[in-house]
Write a protein that binds this ligand. Structure first.
Ligand code: SAM
Length: 275
């Protein structure tokens, strides 16, 4: 049986809760998403439906861990290796030579913000290793972060199903950088795993303690935020990007009309430089 529709008041309450805690901008047409994703939580909490769950949320009757479960359930964690290909080509063909020319005294610092289950930072690590021979002495330091602990756990484990490795990962890279586990999963090899650190970072919170980066990949997450939130996140990213640093967004995302702190790279869609 379908859950009864939420009244507008309850919908607005949960939409505000999600916007304030994760940046998610929930429009009225996403009611079905709310119902399908929160219904299982209502059930495990022994509640009749999501209306009851939201009523409890409203009176602060849910534990912090259930509140986090609600936020995580509403995130979209879709990812794949070498998603859209061109940003990774740009990284090895344009960014790496540029950083090599700058000097190799410090590693290239790369942040995969909103990295989900880790395919993006591991793709960056593989891209780096494949090109590194041309840039002697160049090292990199890759940080993958996300708001959701459940995806970070998977990213740290570095285990992927056959279906996941078939999406975007060339077979030569699979054989070179992964090993097959007895249960038919593919696990990221130890040297690759050691190149990436994972941590929990909410893009709405201050970026204190992260340090400065040379490259920020922030792909396919800003699309879920409203304009004001997108601008605020982008401006705080500009503050921690080195002067000649690069920002890489998803193919449907841009800085244009949001901030003047970045300019598009002429030769690559979704790649921006700090102004
Ligand atoms: C669609 S995935 C994108 C993964 C990867 N960047 C890619 O392009 O394949 C979006 C990720 O953003 C994360 N996310 C959503 N809101 C966030 C926030 N406020 N702070 C950090 N991560 C967030 C979600 O948990 C999810 O894993």
């Amino acid at each position: 049986m379908n859950a009864p529709a939420l009244n507008n008041d309850a919908f607005q309450f949960v939409a505000t809760f999600l916007r304030e805690r994760s940046g998610l901008s929930l429009t009225d047409d996403k009611l079905y998403l709310l119902e399908s994703r929160l219904q299982p939580i209502a059930r495990t909490q022994g509640l009749k439906d999501i209306a009851e769950l939201i009523a409890k949320l409203r009176v602060k009757g849910l534990s912090p861990s259930v509140e986090i479960e609600i936020i995580e359930a509403m995130t979209t964690n879709e990812s794949m290796f070498f998603r859209d290909t061109s940003p990774f080509d740009h990284f090895s063909k344009v960014m790496m030579p540029k950083f090599h020319a700058r000097g190799t005294q410090s590693p290239v610092r790369i942040w995969s913000a909103a990295c989900s289950t880790g395919q993006e930072p591991y793709s960056l690590a593989m891209t780096f290793l494949e090109a590194a021979g041309k840039y002697p002495g160049l090292a990199c330091d890759i940080l993958g972060t996300d708001i959701a602990e459940k995806v970070l756990h998977r990213a740290r484990e570095g285990q992927y199903t056959q279906f996941e490795v078939q999406r975007g990962l060339p077979i030569a890279m699979l054989l070179k950088y992964f090993r097959q586990s007895p249960d038919n999963h593919w696990e990221v090899s130890t040297p690759l795993k050691n190149m990436v650190r994972f941590d929990s970072v909410n893009l709405l919170a201050p970026f204190q303690g992260l340090g400065m980066f040379d490259v920020i990949f922030c792909r396919n997450v800003l699309i879920y935020f409203d304009e004001k939130t997108k601008t605020a996140v982008l401006e705080r990213m500009a503050d921690i990007l080195s002067p000649e640093g690069f920002l890489v967004l998803g193919s449907a995302e841009t800085v244009l009309g949001l901030t003047k702190r970045f300019a598009p790279c002429d030769d690559a869609r979704g790649v921006f430089v700090r102004t």
